[in-house]
Write a protein that binds this ligand. Structure first.
Ligand code: ZN
Length: 347
C-alpha cells in the first residue's frame, strides 16, 4: 500500500511520457487519431487509469509504443491535461516535488522526427510552454506540489544540438530552465563528443543532470564525471566498478534511480527486483532518489516506486524519507522553495 504520509519527490520524469492510458484515449479521440488496436485499454478495476499494452521482449516495441502514444499529445490543452493529471495524482500519493525532462524546441515543431533542423513555430512553442507552466502553477496552487524543469538535448543531435538548445533557451528565457541534461540511447554518443556544448552550459550556470550508466556501463559514468554533474539519470551500472562507486560518494553525486523503468528495459535487471543494485549503492553511501522515468509508459507512479522500494526491496520508512531528502538537496529549484517544502513536509 502506498503510504501517503511519507513525503515523496522525483527528479526524473519525461514530461509527455507521464501520460496515463485513460488520458491518452481521451486525447486521441479529441485529436481524431486512430490508436493501433489493443495498444491502450480503458480503466478497469485492476488498472484504474487504464493500461498500455505492448511487448517488452523487443526494445523496438517499446520505442514504437512510446512514439505512438506521445505523438497523440499535440495541442496546448493536451499538454496541460497530461501534466496536471500527473502532478495532482502524484500529490495525492504524497509527492511534494517533481522535476521534468523537456526538449524545449520539440514544443514548437510539428514533425517530431526532425526537430533539430526544423523552423520552430514561435506561436506553437509559446502556447504549449504556457500550457505547461500553467499546469504546474495550477497543480501547485491546488496541492502544494512544486515543479522544475531540466532542459535536454538528444544524444543523436551531437554537439550542434546542445548549442541549438542553449541558443533556443537564451531566446526564450524562463526561470524554470535551470538544469541541463542529455536523453536518448547512451550508445548514440559519448560525452566527449559534446565537450564544447557541455562547457558552455556549465559556464552559463546550468546545473548538470545527464543520463548515464543505464544502457552503457561504468565508463559512461566516468566519462561524464569529467564535467562534474550534480546528478546522474540512472547511473546504476556504476555498481560494476567499486572505484566508481567510491568516486560518486566522494563527489556527493545523486543518482536518479528508476526501478520500474530499469526492471522493464534493462536485461540485467529483468529477472527479479532483487537483482537491481539500488540496495548495494544505498548501503555503500551513494545518494539515491527515486523516480518513474516514464510514469505512463511503465504504468507506475511516484507512490508505486516508493512502494516497490518498501514492500519488495525492504527499505524502511526512514530510508524512504532519505530518498526524498536527497531529492530536495539535489533539486534545481530555488533554495527558498526547498526550505518551504522541508518545513511543510517535516523533512
Ligand atoms: Zn530518463
Amino acid at each position: 500500500m502506498i503510504d501517503k504520509n511519507i513525503p515523496k519527490a522525483t527528479l526524473h520524469e519525461h514530461l509527455t511520457a507521464t501520460i496515463t492510458p485513460e488520458r491518452a484515449l481521451k486525447i486521441a479521440e479529441r485529436n481524431k487519431i486512430s490508436v493501433p488496436e489493443g495498444l491502450i485499454s480503458p480503466p478497469d478495476e485492476k488498472n484504474p487509469r487504464g493500461s498500455f499494452n505492448y511487448d517488452l521482449s523487443d526494445i523496438n516495441n517499446f520505442f514504437w509504443a512510446y512514439d505512438t502514444i506521445c505523438n497523440l499529445v499535440i495541442n496546448p490543452i493536451d499538454y496541460y491535461e497530461v501534466l496536471h493529471d500527473f502532478l495532482t495524482y502524484s500529490a495525492a500519493e504524497g509527492a511534494v516535488l517533481a522535476e521534468f525532462q523537456v526538449s524545449p524546441m520539440y514544443y514548437g515543431v510539428k514533425d517530431k522526427h526532425n526537430v533539430i533542423d526544423a523552423q520552430v513555430d514561435e506561436g506553437m512553442y509559446n502556447d504549449i510552454f504556457s500550457a505547461i507552466t500553467t499546469a504546474m502553477a495550477d497543480a501547485e496552487q491546488k496541492t502544494g506540489i512544486v515543479s522544475g524543469i531540466v532542459a535536454v538535448s538528444l544524444r543523436s543531435w551531437g554537439n550542434r544540438g546542445v548549442m541549438k538548445v542553449l541558443d533556443f533557451i537564451e531566446k526564450h528565457p524562463n526561470p524554470l530552465y535551470r538544469g541541463f541534461g542529455f536523453v536518448e540511447n547512451e550508445s548514440f554518443g559519448r560525452f566527449g563528443d559534446y565537450d564544447e556544448g557541455i562547457r558552455r552550459a556549465l559556464k552559463e550556470g546550468y546545473r548538470f543532470a545527464p543520463h548515464a550508466g543505464e544502457q552503457c556501463g561504468p565508463q559512461s559514468v566516468w566519462d561524464v564525471l569529467e564535467y562534474n554533474p550534480e546528478r546522474i539519470g540512472h547511473g546504476i551500472r556504476s555498481i560494476e566498478d567499486p572505484a566508481l562507486v567510491e568516486e560518486l560518494i566522494k563527489r556527493k553525486v545523486t543518482l536518479e534511480v528508476c526501478l520500474s523503468s530499469n526492471h522493464a528495459l534493462l536485461p540485467l535487471y529483468k529477472d527479479s527486483w532483487e537483482s537491481h543494485p539500488i540496495r548495494k549503492l544505498y548501503d555503500a553511501g551513494v545518494k539515491i532518489t527515486l523516480a518513474c522515468d516514464d510514469a505512463g509508459m511503465f504504468g507506475t507512479s511516484i507512490g508505486k516506486e516508493y512502494e516497490i522500494a518498501n514492500d519488495i526491496l525492504g527499505f524502511t520508512d526512514e530510508e524512504l524519507k532519505s530518498f526524498t531528502k536527497n531529492a530536495l538537496d539535489a533539486s534545481f529549484i530555488p533554495e527558498e522553495q526547498k526550505a518551504a517544502i522541508r518545513q511543510k513536509a517535516g523533512l
